[in-house]
Design a protein. Structure first.
Length: 656
C-alpha cells in the first residue's frame, strides 16, 4: 500500500515538476471576487430567448459556467457539469452556460440556458478569465464561489478521477446554510482576454458593503470579538477614520504572511488578506463623499451562529470557576486544569473554544496531559526548568482560540486523539479592558464515529536557549529540527511574545541542496496568534531539516516592550519570550511506524553538565519503551552499563 507521504509526493511532482502543467489552487476569497455584487446582466440564449440574471432570483443559487466548444478542457468538463446540473437542478440550483469564444459554433448538451457571448460582454462583466471557470451567485447576485469544478483536468495533465472536488462540496455547503470551505480557486483552462466592463460608480451598497461583509463582520458584529459592529452604513461611516488607518497600515484584516515568491512555496487555504482591488476601492470610497447607492444593490445579510459554530458538541469542558480579570494593567498567563475522566480513548474530529467573555480573552491554548504524566520516576523530575518548559511546549497544543479563529473541523478520516483519563490544561492570556470582570472559558468536542485512519498531531521547532540582549532591535535566534520520519504538514502557527518582530519557516532537503520557504512573516503581531493552513498538505521527507528563524525587538522603539534594559530569556509569561514554531502534521495510523511518529526528535543522553531533573526527563523520552510515563526496572536495565549504574545510584541515594 502506498504511504500518505508517497501519495502527496506523487501529486506534488506531477503538478510542480513540469512548468507546463497547472492544477487549480485555492485563492484568497477577495482575489476571487467573492462577496462582489453582479448587476442584473442581460443575455439571449441559443434558442433566441432573452433573459437577465435576475430571472433566476427565485432559486437559491445560480451556477454560471463558462465553456467552449473549441477548448479541450471545456469539453472534458462538460459531462461533469451536466451531471452536476442534473443533481442540483432538483435542489433549487439553476445553471447558466456561457460561451465567450466568438469563433465557436456552440451546441448545448445542457438543460439550462446556453449563451453564445460572442462579444464577451457577459463573460467580462462576470470576471471570467478561463474557459473552465464557474461562478456561483446567491439570490441577491452576490458571488459566493469562483473557481474550478474540480482538478481532474488541468493544463498538461488528466486524471482518472479528481483528487479535489470544488463545485460539488461548495453547493452542498451552501444548501446546508454553511460557507464553502474553499471559496475561490484558480481554474486552469483556455485563457480568456476579455474587455473590461465600464466601471460602475462605487457605492456602499454595490461594493463597499460586500468588502466589509466578507472581510470584517466575522469579528465586527454584535456578540463578535471586534470592539464595534460594522453591519450598517452608519456604523461604517462612524468608524471610517479607524478603518482607513488599519487598512492602510495592513493590520486589518489580520493576515501577516508574505506573498509566496516561488512556485514551490505553499499557498494558504485561509488567506484573509485584502486583494489590491478591494483595498483600493475601500480606501478610495473612505476618502470620497461616501456615496450610499441604491438599496436594491445591497447583499443579503449574513446570518451568524448564536451558539456553537461546529454544531452541538458531544462533550463540553469548562474551567471550574470564573477567573477574575482586573480592570487595568496586564495579567500573567492563567493555567487551569480540567479532568476529562473518559475510561477509553476518544477521537476528536472538531473542537471549538468559547470564552464567556470574549472582550478580555487574548488567546487560549489547550494542552492534553495524559493520565500517566511525564516525570514520575524521581522526586523533582518535574522541577520547573527552561528545558522542561520548552519540552512541554514542543509537544504541541490540542486546541486553540484566537479572535476570529476559535474552531477547527477536520476532514472525514482525520482526528486528534484524546487519551483516556487525560487532563486538559487551559493556558489563557487575559487582557484587561478597563472594567473588572470574569471569564469561564470552555471547549466543546465532537467525536469521530469511528477511529480515523489519519491522526492529526501538533509539534514544534523550538530554541529554548534564547538570550536577547538589552536594547537590541533586530536580534536573531534560530531553531532547527531534523525530521525523524516522513511527515505531511497541514499548518503552521508561530508563537512568540511581545518582542517577536518577524519569523520564517524553511525546509532543507535531506541532502542539504534545496531550501524552500514554508512560511514567511516579515511583520509578526503578538495580538494575532494566527494559524496558517497550507492550501495543499506539504510532504516532508525523513532527514529534512525544518528551520524556524525569529527576529526579536528588545529596543525602546518597541512600544510593547515591558523592559528594554533586560536580557530576555525563555519563559511562560508575556514579559518573557518564547521561540516556538508550531506545526500541525498528519500521521497515517495504518503505517507500521504510526505509534512512534512524532515531530520531536529523541534527544541524546548527555554525559555530564546538565541538571539531574532535565537529565532524567531526557532518559524518560529515550528509554520509556512502553510509553507509560515512567521508567521501570526492565527499562533501566536495558540502558548501557555505565548509564544504568548511574541511574540506580541516583535512585538509591534519593531513597527510592
Amino acid at each position: 500500500m502506498r504511504t500518505l507521504f508517497a501519495i502527496f509526493c506523487t501529486a506534488v511532482t506531477a503538478i510542480a515538476a513540469d512548468t507546463g502543467k497547472e492544477a487549480p489552487r485555492p485563492l484568497p476569497r477577495s482575489e476571487g471576487g467573492v462577496g462582489r455584487f453582479v448587476p442584473d446582466l442581460a443575455f439571449t440564449d441559443l434558442n433566441g430567448k432573452a433573459g437577465t440574471l435576475g430571472d433566476f432570483g427565485k432559486q437559491k443559487y445560480l451556477v454560471v459556467a463558462v465553456t467552449s466548444s473549441s477548448c479541450p478542457l471545456s469539453k472534458k468538463f462538460a459531462p461533469t457539469l451536466a451531471k452536476l446540473e442534473e443533481e442540483y437542478g432538483k435542489k433549487d440550483v439553476a445553471f447558466l452556460f456561457v460561451n465567450a469564444t466568438k469563433t465557436d459554433k456552440p451546441a448545448s448538451a445542457f438543460k439550462g440556458p446556453y449563451v453564445h457571448d460572442a462579444d464577451g460582454k457577459l463573460a467580462a462583466a462576470l470576471g471570467f478569465t478561463s474557459t473552465s471557470e464557474v461562478v456561483v451567485l446567491d439570490a441577491a447576485r452576490t458571488v459566493v464561489y469562483r473557481g474550478a469544478v474540480d482538478d481532474q483536468y488541468g493544463l498538461g495533465y488528466s486524471l482518472d478521477a479528481p483528487k479535489h472536488l470544488y463545485l460539488k462540496p461548495t453547493l452542498d455547503a451552501l444548501l446546508a446554510g454553511k460557507p464553502p470551505e474553499v471559496a475561490a480557486t484558480t481554474a486552469p483552462g483556455c485563457a480568456l482576454d476579455l474587455r473590461k466592463p465600464e466601471a460602475a460608480a462605487v457605492t456602499y451598497h454595490n461594493r463597499i458593503s460586500r468588502i466589509v461583509q466578507q472581510n470584517c463582520q466575522e469579528c465586527h458584529r454584535p456578540d463578535g470579538v471586534g470592539p464595534f459592529a460594522l453591519e450598517s452604513y452608519d456604523e461604517v461611516v462612524s468608524h471610517k477614520a479607524m478603518i482607513r488607518k488599519v487598512v492602510e497600515a495592513g493590520t486589518m484584516p489580520p493576515w501577516f504572511a508574505a506573498e509566496p515568491k516561488a512556485k514551490d512555496q505553499p499557498h494558504f487555504l485561509n488567506d484573509r488578506s485584502l486583494s489590491a482591488s478591494d483595498k483600493a476601492d475601500l480606501l478610495a470610497w473612505l476618502k470620497s463623499d461616501l456615496a450610499l447607492g441604491n438599496a436594491t444593490d445591497a447583499p443579503l445579510p449574513k446570518m451568524w451562529p448564536t451558539e456553537w459554530l461546529i454544531g452541538k458538541p458531544d462533550a463540553v469542558f469548562q474551567i471550574g470557576k470564573p477567573t477574575e480579570i482586573k480592570a487595568t494593567g496586564t495579567m500573567p498567563y492563567q493555567n487551569v486544569t480540567v479532568e476529562t475522566n473518559f475510561d477509553e480513548d476518544r477521537w476528536v474530529q472538531a473542537f471549538e473554544v468559547r470564552p464567556t467573555n470574549k472582550a478580555v480573552v487574548h488567546h487560549v491554548l489547550i494542552h492534553v496531559v495524559p493520565k500517566t504524566g511525564i516525570g514520575r520516576l524521581l522526586p523533582g523530575a518535574r522541577a520547573t526548568t527552561i528545558a522542561a518548559s520548552a519540552d512541554d511546549e514542543r509537544q504541541g497544543y490540542f486546541a486553540a482560540y484566537v479572535p476570529g479563529n476559535s474552531s477547527l473541523v477536520l476532514e472525514a478520516g482525520h482526528a486528534r486523539k484524546l487519551p483516556k483519563g487525560a487532563t486538559l490544561r487551559f493556558q489563557i492570556h487575559y487582557t484587561p479592558n478597563g472594567e473588572a470582570t470574569t471569564d469561564q472559558t470552555r471547549v466543546g468536542f465532537i467525536f469521530a464515529k469511528d477511529p480515523p485512519r489519519f491522526e492529526v498531531k501538533v509539534g514544534a521547532v523550538a530554541q529554548p536557549r534564547i538570550s536577547i540582549p538589552p536594547g537590541e532591535g533586530n536580534h536573531k535566534e534560530v531553531g532547527k529540527l531534523r525530521v525523524p520520519t516522513d511527515i505531511v504538514l497541514r499548518s503552521a502557527v508561530p508563537h512568540m511574545h511581545v518582542r517577536g518582530k518577524a519569523c520564517k519557516y524553511e525546509i532543507t532537503s535531506p541532502d542539504g541542496k534545496t531550501t524552500t520557504t514554508l512560511l514567511d512573516i516579515p511583520r509578526y503581531d503578538f495580538n494575532w496568534q494566527l494559524r496558517y493552513q497550507f492550501a495543499e498538505p506539504v510532504a516532508v521527507a525523513k532527514g529534512s531539516t525544518i528551520t524556524f528563524t525569529v527576529w526579536f525587538d528588545n529596543s525602546d522603539k518597541n512600544p510593547a516592550n515591558p523592559d528594554p534594559t533586560k536580557t530576555v530569556k525563555w519563559g511562560p509569561q508575556t514579559s518573557d519570550e518564547m521561540h516556538l514554531g508550531y506545526l500541525e502534521y498528519i500521521v497515517d495510523r495504518q503505517s507500521p511506524s504510526a505509534g512512534t511518529t512524532t515531530l520531536h526528535e529523541k534527544p541524546t543522553i548527555p554525559k555530564e553538565g546538565l541538571p539531574i531533573p532535565e537529565r532524567f526527563k531526557m532518559l524518560l523520552d529515550k528509554y520509556d519503551t512502553n510509553n507509560d510515563g515512567k521508567l521501570d526496572e526492565k527499562e533501566i536495565d536495558a540502558m548501557p552499563g555505565p548509564l544504568k549504574e548511574r541511574v540506580w545510584d541516583f535512585i538509591r541515594s534519593n531513597g527510592n
